[in-house]
Design a protein around this ligand. Structure first.
Ligand SMILES: NC(=O)c1ccc[n+]([C@@H]2O[C@H](COP(=O)([O-])OP(=O)(O)OC[C@H]3O[C@@H](n4cnc5c(N)ncnc54)[C@H](O)[C@@H]3O)[C@@H](O)[C@H]2O)c1
Ligand SMILES: N[C@H](C(=O)O)[C@H](O)COP(=O)(O)O
Length: 328
């Protein structure tokens, strides 16, 4: 049995909708799904969507078992306010983080095999006065992990990020030789151990247009990215770069590589999402636990409408289960 904790995400967004959709059909027999959230809020959203569901309270002492179709096993986390679709309320921020904490603790103590997260609104949590730049950074801090790597997967395209949720202005200063070398090591290690790629070939993007044009359009490729690649190669990693990102992200040039390391969020993710939005998965590498997530956000415009596509959540569940099986 593979036991997954699924955090429901921002309650005013489409997290509840896609969790309900996931529960509508029975998962494969070897999956136990436990939704971490507020059962009353889920029932309210189900009613708005015209979906009949049963709630089964999560009991950590029960042996793992798949739930029946249209049944949500819920680890109850009370929301102070049950917001209407599209109207997030910072009053819920602490409860949302508490749900994440439960899921992490459940993974660390062995009750769950992995966490799958539905989308949160980072800004709403910050509005509550809690600095929060994303699940990736939060899970690193909660598990005491010094460095993690965000990887998004869409079919055979895998894009990792050297920096995650940073204002663009801060990106160049955040790139260091040691930091990039660490990112490349984690990426190489997890592609081998979790994705079963015997000798990962990794393409490393430059930061500047045309990878800096030999220093005429920026020096990060010469001063930082190139030396990090050399350091990684000295460790035995199969790396190429720094490569101009615009032409690297074309099918023929991507073909020889198992993954791309992009230097910042909007260098890598628009390409990945163009290729696979709705079916892609976000995975956090380097954590002591397995964590996957959807490729999309809270989509307030669709919450409660019945139009949210649960494809990425399904793909995140499938990938989490594969990663668990690969580690057994
Ligand atoms: N995993 C996460 O927690 C996560 C991921 C991405 C964005 N976010 C957060 O979500 C919030 C909104 O971000 P955004 O507006 O940039 O992106 P978004 O993904 O919420 O929405 C972008 C567009 O895609 C559509 N869309 C998104 N998911 C869909 C689905 N499942 N089915 C059909 N259409 C869908 C939306 O309707 C919208 O038109 C932000 O606060 C952002 O930080 C969270
Ligand atoms: N960078 C992600 C994306 O664009 O899909 C997203 O914001 C979620 O990040 P976390 O998993 O760190 O919350």
């Amino acid at each position: 049995m593979i036991r997954l904790a699924i955090t429901v995400g921002e309650p005013a967004g489409i997290g509840p909708d896609i969790c309900l959709e996931l529960a509508r059909t029975a998962p494969p027999g070897d999956l136990e799904l436990t939704f971490v959230g507020d059962a009353g809020h889920l029932l309210g959203r189900a009613a708005a969507l015209g979906q009949a569901v049963r709630i089964e309270p999560f009991d950590p002492h029960q042996p793992a078992a798949a739930a029946a179709p249209d049944t949500l096993r819920v680890w109850q986390v009370d929301l102070p306010r049950s917001p209407p679709p599209g109207r997030p309320d910072p009053a819920n921020a602490l409860a949302l983080l508490e749900g994440l904490d439960h899921a992490v603790a459940g993974c660390l103590d062995g009750r769950f095999d992995a966490i799958v997260t539905a989308p949160l609104d980072k800004g709403v949590i910050c509005d509550a006065g809690i600095p929060f730049s994303g699940h990736t950074e939060y899970l690193a801090a909660r598990t005491g992990t010094a460095q993690v790597v965000m990887l998004l997967v869409a079919g055979t395209l895998r894009v990792a990020l050297a920096t995650t949720h940073l204002p663009l202005r801060q990106v160049p200063d955040a790139l260091t030789i040691d930091g990039l070398t660490g990112t490349l090591r984690i990426l190489d290690h997890d592609l081998r151990s979790r994705f079963g790629i015997a000798r990962p070939r990794i393409a490393v993007c430059g930061l500047n247009p045309h990878a800096g044009e030999r220093g005429h359009l920026g020096r990060e490729e010469i001063d930082v990215i190139g030396p990090a690649i050399v350091a990684g190669q000295a460790l035995g990693l199969d790396l190429a770069g720094p490569l101009p990102a615009d032409t690297l992200f074309t099918p023929a040039r991507l073909a020889p590589f198992d993954a791309v390391l992009a230097m910042y969020h909007d260098q890598g993710l628009p390409v990945l999402k163009y290729a696979g939005f709705g079916q892609a998965v976000n995975v956090t590498l380097g954590l002591p636990i397995i964590r996957s997530s959807v490729d999309h956000g809270t989509a307030y415009d669709l919450a409660g409408s019945g139009k949210a596509d649960a494809g990425s959540l399904r793909a995140a569940v499938t990938l989490a289960a594969e990663l668990v099986r690969a580690g057994r």
